[in-house]
Design a protein around this ligand. Structure first.
Ligand code: HEM
Ligand code: HEM
Ligand SMILES: [Fe+2]
Length: 450
């Protein structure tokens, strides 16, 4: 069923795409700086650029998740969103806090804690915004007719993400303690509760796109939730190897984080098995491509490239190098970036009534963006391996090595240009769809796989 209030999701996706363009811009600034062309240094020094790049990443993904939740929850609960006006207010507040944070970074108003740079004062506003979001989602679920497993896993992931933001707000004077709890946010987000959000969104998309029975799909979802918790919670230990924490983390972190790829493998198999099992009758092929793509690329980027440097014997050498950037790019893009794209590809025909299910631009956007991202990952990998060899093993100075790596960044910029062409084509499609309409929302002619 479609409900008029689901329209609000569109604006979250529009914000998400806008922030992605900005994120990529700061990526290029850093790529050129690594090559030695740091002309913007006085206005946007590297540390500002990277903070902006990472925070914009988190906000565009979260905005995408919120949009997806505002669409999925009414459908699953079979009711209108509880308070659509509040949802628009929540969107505006999110955008305003985001803008203040990003502008502030340029004036040194930040905390130098990777990924958690937003100053504490703004953190409180983030908390209020997220509480408002959860209120709308949970009240809708509560007053709805149904509470499906898919909706509960998605909401559970969202509540978990909100709760896990709090340990990052505790003040410590000691860096080792601060770092310990920073990982409760960063790690337990991407390798814990965000995986639940991903599982929930993936399940919803597969139910819609493959036509396989909900019972079958939701059974898989339980397995994925189980694998995520089993490996991901103690897997946090892979960030506690040499950070002032007790030695037992070497064993715990090593073993449990090495099991983490299983949850991503589960997700990839989940999507592929359901695709094969389904009648493949849904005409929205682009949505299916992005959905399967997300499930497979997340296994490669998060699972395989995570595994590559997760053992303490390896991480001893690779920690904090461009090897981390290699993994960070493909993991974030494959798991969460592509998932947001999959959802947008699925939802736009439903919101606007335009059945642009399989356009050439849309198809090329998929391939160009993904080839670009794989090439970017390769450039970071080559740079990372050379960096480890020279700096960590050879003992050369950090800046001297950075200077030697410039040609990897030339490759990176070429690859990033390909990637950017791909995502711009996707955004062009998004714009061509136009805005959501009431008539599209009233017509219930969404395709039902037989
Ligand atoms: C297409 C344009 C992009 C370019 C040129 C680019 C470039 C860069 C560069 C040069 C860094 C700093 C690496 C370092 O010196 O440590 C970086 C960091 C990062 N970027 Fe990008 N990026 C781009 C897009 C993206 C996208 C689309 C994502 C996510 C979906 C992403 C996620 C990240 C993350 C997570 C980091 C931090 C890595 C770490 O923890 O070491 N970037 N990026
Ligand atoms: C979608 C899921 C994932 C995402 C988005 C992701 C992203 C990232 C990012 C951005 C970082 C840098 C964090 C920072 O320095 O603050 C990182 C670090 C790390 N990730 Fe992941 N990751 C994911 C899953 C995994 C998995 C499943 C594994 C292991 C199998 C893994 C292993 C690691 C390790 C060992 C580090 C530390 C690197 C270092 O010491 O510098 N990651 N990840
Ligand atoms: Fe981790």
């Amino acid at each position: 069923m479609k409900y008029k209030s689901q329209k609000v999701a569109y604006w979250f996706f529009a914000l998400s795409m806008l922030l992605l363009v900005l994120q990529v811009t700061y990526g290029f600034i850093m790529g050129f700086a690594h090559m030695g062309y740091d002309g913007l240094h006085d206005v946007i020094p590297f540390n500002t650029a990277i903070a902006v790049h990472k925070n914009l990443l988190v906000v565009w993904i979260l905005s995408g998740f919120m949009g997806a939740a505002y669409y999925i929850i009414p459908d699953e609960a079979e009711t209108e969103l509880c308070c659509p006006k509040l949802a628009y207010l929540q969107l505006i507040a999110l955008a305003v806090v985001g803008v203040i944070a990003i502008v502030g970074f340029h004036f040194g108003w930040w905390e130098g804690r990777k990924f958690l740079e937003i100053p504490r004062e703004l953190d409180y506003l983030v908390v209020i915004d997220v509480l408002l979001f959860l209120y709308i989602i949970l009240v809708t679920l509560w007053k709805g007719k149904k509470r499906t497993t898919t909706a509960l896993v998605l909401s559970g992931g969202l509540v978990g993400a909100a709760l896990l933001y709090l340990p990052g707000m505790i003040w410590f004077d000691n860096h080792a303690y601060d770092s310990f709890f920073r990982w409760w946010v960063v790690h337990l987000w991407v390798e814990g509760v965000w995986e639940l959000i991903m599982g929930g969104i993936l399940a919803y998309l597969l139910i819609k796109l493959t036509g396989v029975d909900r019972e079958v799909i939701e059974k898989w979802l339980y397995v994925i939730v189980g694998l995520t918790f089993l490996s991901g919670i103690l897997g946090t230990g892979h960030h506690y190897y040499y950070t002032g924490t007790p030695e037992y983390w070497l064993v715990i972190g090593g073993i449990f984080s090495a099991l983490e790829p299983l949850a991503f493998l589960g997700m990839a198999l989940f999507a592929m098995v359901m695709y094969r099992k389904g009648e493949k009758r849904h005409p929205n092929k682009l949505a299916l491509m992005w959905t399967l793509g997300a499930a497979i690329m997340s296994f490669l980027g998060a699972g395989m490239l995570g595994l590559a440097h997760t053992l303490p014997q390896v991480n001893l050498w690779t920690h904090g190098t461009l090897v981390t950037a290699m993994h960070g790019h493909l993991a974030f893009w494959g798991a969460y970036g592509m998932l947001v794209f999959a959802f947008i590809a699925y939802v736009m025909p439903n919101l606007t009534g335009r059945k642009r299910y399989f356009t050439k631009t849309g198809e090329y956007a998929f391939w160009i963006a993904n080839v670009g991202m794989i090439l970017m990952t390769s450039a970071f990998a080559a740079a990372g391996v050379q960096q480890v060899a020279m700096e960590r093993i050879g003992g050369f100075d950090f800046m001297l090595v950075a200077n030697e790596l410039w040609y990897h960044f030339l490759v990176l910029i070429i690859a990033a240009t390909i990637f950017t062409i791909g995502i711009l084509m996707f955004m062009w499609e998004f714009i061509k769809y136009g805005m959501p309409t009431d008539s599209a929302m009233q017509s219930q002619e969404e395709f039902q796989p037989i």
